[in-house]
Design a protein around this ligand. Structure first.
Ligand code: 13P
Length: 355
């Protein structure tokens, strides 16, 4: 695969009106989500749940790729084909989470550094052989008056760059995810300051490691006030701050920015993406989604672990995929929610965040 091929996969992932489903929760994280709804977490129930999402009729109109976890890419659908194949037959590109989690940073235990570089080349080769076309690595940055430390930012940026370089060597498009968490009382201004600093460090590391920017995607947080901040910015302000920060720090050669939802309520995550895409002015990259909770929560709630509810789960997932597809081209409206198959937008449990 040449860097041209990587570029075409990256472009496919952000093709018009489409975004990515992040369904790569680790088994402990998905078990927490199942537990909260009284669903038993077994290899079989996790497979059924992922198959429900991956085979949702019509979802491929809005979903370009799906990120899997190691267990999932090794599972077979009820029809006996690998789950990765269930995606490709629909025209959805299979992706894989390849980091092994955020671990306490020695010397600054309130912060984390993401691990998973040991043996990564061989794992990437194996995943590519199983049909994966792109990969994901998530760095986690805690924010406070004093954090992040310079050591945390540079260790995570360095790991992201080494991961991205190995991915491109092994013919996988790297999704580079530096997530500045929304927990805490910080202001939207502080989020913008820290996110800008982190993006600057990440692109510096990517430059040092010779990453082909055309063959990668960035998965950042939006610029939001902390969840415990008294002043929550309105949708327009979030959109303006997010676009300003990205314009300042993300090179135009990157084909797409696919946001994480980070614990935002599902409809708000859609409204923010829509507002970003409606802002005037230069936007050299596509701005789309790679949502986990904001795409899945209503579907998980509707399914509730029961086979009889599989069509209801798929309808709920299809609805959020459709709304976010529209938001990725600035065409989402409140009226679209009137067609929602779920009575209420279920509230997120922010503790459901991946480890
Ligand atoms: P959320 O959209 O739930 O934040 O998940 C996205 C993701 O992939 C985090 O790594």
């Amino acid at each position: 695969m040449t860097s041209r091929d990587l570029e075409s996969v990256a472009l496919m992932l952000v093709s018009e009106g489409k975004g990515i489903l992040a369904a790569d929760e680790t088994t402990p994280t998905l078990t927490k989500r199942f537990d909260a709804l009284g669903i038993q977490s077994t290899e079989q129930s996790r497979r059924t749940y992922r198959e429900m999402l991956f085979t949702c009729p019509g979802a491929a109109e809005f979903i370009s790729g799906a990120i899997m976890y190691d267990e999932t890419i090794r599972q077979k659908s009820s029809g006996g084909a690998p789950l990765a194949e269930a995606l490709t037959v629909q025209g959805i590109l299979p992706g894989i989470k390849v980091d092994t989690g955020a671990k306490a940073l020695a010397g600054s235990p309130e912060e984390t550094v993401t691990e998973g570089l040991d043996g990564l080349r061989d794992r990437l080769r194996e995943y590519r052989g199983m049909g994966a076309r792109f990969a994901k690595w998530r760095a986690v940055i805690h924010l406070s008056d004093a954090l992040p430390s310079a050591a945390c930012v540079s260790a995570n940026a360095h790991a992201l760059a080494r991961y991205a370089s190995l991915c491109q060597e092994q013919e996988l498009v790297p999704i580079v995810e530096p997530e500045v968490l929304m927990d805490g009382p910080h202001t939207i201004e502080r989020c913008e300051e820290v996110t800008g600093m982190v993006l600057h460090a990440v692109f510096h590391a990517l430059f040092e490691h010779g990453i082909a920017l055309e063959g990668m995607l960035l998965k950042p947080n939006m610029i939001l006030a902390g969840t415990e901040c008294a002043r929550q910015a309105p949708v327009e302000e979030v959109a303006r701050a997010t676009l300003r920060c990205l314009r300042r720090h993300v090179p135009a050669a990157v084909p797409g920015i696919v946001f994480l939802s980070g614990g935002q309520n599902a409809r708000l995550a859609t409204a923010h993406l829509n507002a970003i895409n409606r802002l005037p002015g230069a936007k050299p990259w596509k701005a789309s989604f790679s949502y986990g909770r904001a795409l899945q929560d209503p579907a998980l709630e509707a399914w509730h672990g029961r086979d009889a509810n599989l069509p209801a789960g798929q309808r709920a997932f299809h609805h959020r995929a459709r709304c976010n597809g529209a938001a990725s081209v600035g065409k989402y409206s409140d009226a679209m929610e009137a067609a929602s198959p779920t009575a209420d937008d279920p509230l997120h449990s922010r503790d459901w965040r991946d480890d």
